[in-house]
Design a protein around this ligand. Structure first.
Ligand code: CMC
Length: 424
């Protein structure tokens, strides 16, 4: 054992190996802890627990670094297409021209969703939240692709990449009382999504390249974020050998929560509420600091980023650029900037290292692109899909054991059953 950590329990000492990652990250390997000591560790919220060794995404929360397979998020967001990044995450390397064409063509071959799936979709109420609908539709895919039709993991990966954007647009179309649009495979991935969202049978729809480029950037920025709540959910569900569809559907549900991906919707709703309330940001800063108010500044704070979220920096600049290019003057942008500046100069936020996260400005861009507020988290899910797939694939390739944490039991000790008529 070259490097080890020593643990003293009573008069005994135990040694555990130290593992070092490729970026010099350190971990204590406690795989034998319970066998050797009879103890387990407890770490609510897994704040210090590494669940896996992964070669997909590196992030350093102190330095604000995020890299997919070694490539910086800044460079990918600036230069790459979302499908290139999806390929990189899923297969480990950036694609050659031929590999890219094959990947894109494979996806285009599967963009149409089975008409029977649409009948299931039609049963949802018109005001159903699109995240609930999306997770149900992805889960339903596990019922459509079973037996002879189930195919290989590779085919299911392509099916998900191809069909999820198509299904995601249905909720919006239904909310408008419009017929759904079928995919147009002459368009690229982002333009095809926009066309399915916004084209109407009665008029010609031209995808605005500024809008398509902004969407491409947003999807890249959301594409993976190592072992966060939804990704860990995907790996945990997949570790039982549940299907890719069941695992991704579970990830979509985890993402829907307001402390995770659901925050992007909550940010815009919060900014709107502040605007309606007269725009007094100091009142909301005070509420966020008051633990009894139950109010948190949505889009602020992060479990791992403690100096800045590199995605937030890129998105803030993109928000300015997109609004300028589209000639939009969104009054909530001013409120967002005021809140950010007030929080960054406030002792409460400074002491707790709370900074704007990826969700703080993304909603402003989505809104400028014409995406309705309750679809924001669906956009996050479309972006995160290749990351979830890559993590699921890695978990399977590494033959990871079924995920099964332990607990410290704090309930009643053994007691005898008392007949119902004898209970006090
Ligand atoms: N507003 C006010 N206070 C906050 C906030 C906030 N947004 N976030 C954290 N705090 C306080 C919290 O009350 C606690 O204070 P104290 O130490 O006095 O008890 C301290 O900061 C640490 O917070 P925590 O909840 O223990 O931190 P965490 O790592 O468990 O939670 C978080 C991280 C992102 C869930 C949290 O910061 C939060 O709820 N933020 C708002 C929701 C949000 O924007 N979520 C999107 C996250 S980024 C997208 C994604 O990857 O999902």
């Amino acid at each position: 054992m070259s490097e080890f950590a020593e643990l003293s329990l009573g008069d005994k000492k135990y040694q555990f190996p130290v593992i070092t990652g490729s970026e010099d990250e350190k971990a204590i390997d406690i795989a034998k802890l319970r066998d050797e000591t009879g103890h387990i560790t407890i770490d609510s919220g897994y704040k210090n627990t590494g669940a896996t060794k992964s070669a997909i995404t590196f992030l350093d929360g102190e330095l604000g670094i995020l890299r997919y397979r070694g490539y910086s998020i800044e460079e990918l967001a600036e230069k790459a297409s979302f499908l290139e990044v999806a390929y990189l995450l899923i297969y480990g390397e950036l694609p050659t021209t031929t590999q890219y064409a094959e990947f894109e063509n494979a996806i285009k071959t599967h963009t149409i969703v089975n008409e029977d799936m649409r009948k299931i979709f039609e049963g949802f109420p018109v005001n159903a939240h699109p995240m609930g609908v999306l997770s149900a539709m992805v889960c339903a895919m596990s019922a459509f692709y079973t037996g002879d039709k189930s195919g290989s993991d590779e085919l299911n990966i392509i099916r998900l990449m191809a069909k999820m954007p198509s299904m995601a647009t249905w909720s919006y179309k239904k909310s408008q009382g419009h017929p759904v649009n079928y995919p147009n495979n002459s368009l690229d991935y982002c333009s095809n999504f926009l066309n399915m969202m916004f084209a109407l049978p009665v008029a010609t729809y031209q995808v605005n390249p500024v809008v398509a480029a902004a969407l491409n950037k947003l999807l890249i920025l959301h594409a993976d974020h190592e072992q966060n709540c939804s990704t860990s959910t995907v790996r945990l569900v997949g570790s039982s050998h549940a299907s890719l569809y069941a695992s991704i559907s579970a990830g979509i549900n985890a993402l829907s929560g307001p402390l995770h991906g659901g925050a992007n919707q909550e940010v815009i709703e919060m900014l709107e509420a502040i605007k309606e309330d007269g725009g007094d940001t100091s009142k909301y800063i005070a509420m966020a600091k008051d633990k009894n108010s139950g109010f948190r500044l949505m889009g602020f704070g992060h479990r791992v980023y403690k100096n800045f979220d590199p995605r937030a920096r890129i998105i803030k600049k993109a928000a300015d650029d997109v609004l300028a290019a589209l000639g939009i003057n969104d009054p909530v942008l001013k409120i967002a900037a005021e809140l950010e500046s007030a929080a960054l100069n406030d002792e409460y936020f400074v002491a707790r290292k709370l900074y704007p996260n990826v969700d703080f400005y993304s909603g402003i861009i989505y809104r400028a692109l014409g995406i309705p507020t309750d679809m924001f988290t669906v956009m996050f899910a479309i972006g995160r899909l290749p990351g979830w797939i890559a993590q699921w694939k890695e978990m399977k390739a590494n033959k990871e054991p079924i995920g099964r944490p332990r607990q410290v039991y704090v309930g009643a000790t053994e007691r005898a059953y008392v007949a119902i008529n004898e209970r006090a």
